[in-house]
Design a protein around this ligand. Sequence first.
Ligand code: KG4
Ligand code: ZN
Length: 314
Amino acid sequence: MVTSGPRLLSNVIRSQDALHAPYGGVVPELAARAHLQTLVPVIERALEDAGTRWEQIDGLGVTRGPGLIGCLLVGVNLAQAIAWARKLPVIGVSHLAAHVYAGQLEDKDLRPPVLGLVVSGGHSDLIRWQEDGSIVVIGRTRDDAAGEAFDKGARILGLPFPGGPAIDKLAAEADPRAVAFPRPRAPGLDFSFSGVKTALLYEVRKRGEISDQERADLAASYQEAIVDALLQRVEAAQAEHPAPTIVLGGGVARNRRLREAAEARLGRRAHLVIPSPELCTDNAAMVGAAGLIEWERRGPDLEPFDADPSLGFD
Ligand code: KG4
Ligand code: ZN
């Protein structure tokens, strides 16, 4: 829950990691069902944590996409139902834009133009929040998302899902220069991670039985290749489309090596905003902040049902 500023009032996150872990990846059907079960209790908890009553709420922000369609439908339906019942405006926002706008919850003076790197289980995108307030995608992945590369790499190394945190943890005590994995390259500002993933697979197959130290060194070297590729693209984007501020977002932005290397490589070029881990991973607070920002810019766009006379609700 957010208020003007935007200022964070509460941020309740119900992780589905344990639900999907046995399958080694997100199962869309289960994700949608879990949204159905958890949304109402999560909203109630967010109101409670913020010490807010429904009467004090002025509007609702909801993710309209991109994302898993079943989950999006559950969210948009619930937002519209609440809006209808409470006569509130709804603002449908872009999931990717919300990750960039999350930077404003850390730095309320953050204004466009901003360059954003959004890296999660489903996305590796370079985003530019333009001078006129619009959002454009200037680079995207050609194959796996960065989070997927972490998850699949972890599986190859025999680590549990989600793989990103497992690799992050193991890499902390290991040598990132143990194996020189190829740096993923795609044309222009795009990303590609399938090559480095295959290189890891071949390296593990070649070695056969691996010791714990080898596993950790492989994890650290693999992580280093992904982090290097991500930051190389941010540097290229910054050279092509300069912006005074850079924001990182998405679950992979929780990665400690990425956060540290970003400070070292990007901190001198731009004002770097790396939101707290809770604001990097998918969260409703960033969608609330996005709702406020978009509302100011263009007003509400999903009207409650009874606001449309053609639906015959009066
Ligand atoms: O944004 P997110 O929480 O959910 C969506 O994908 O929408 O991102 C999850 C992804 C997973 O692929 C997970 O492995 C990765 O973020 N991740 C990490 C770390 N924590 C989560 N990757 C690298 N290092 C981490 N510490
Ligand atoms: Zn996300």
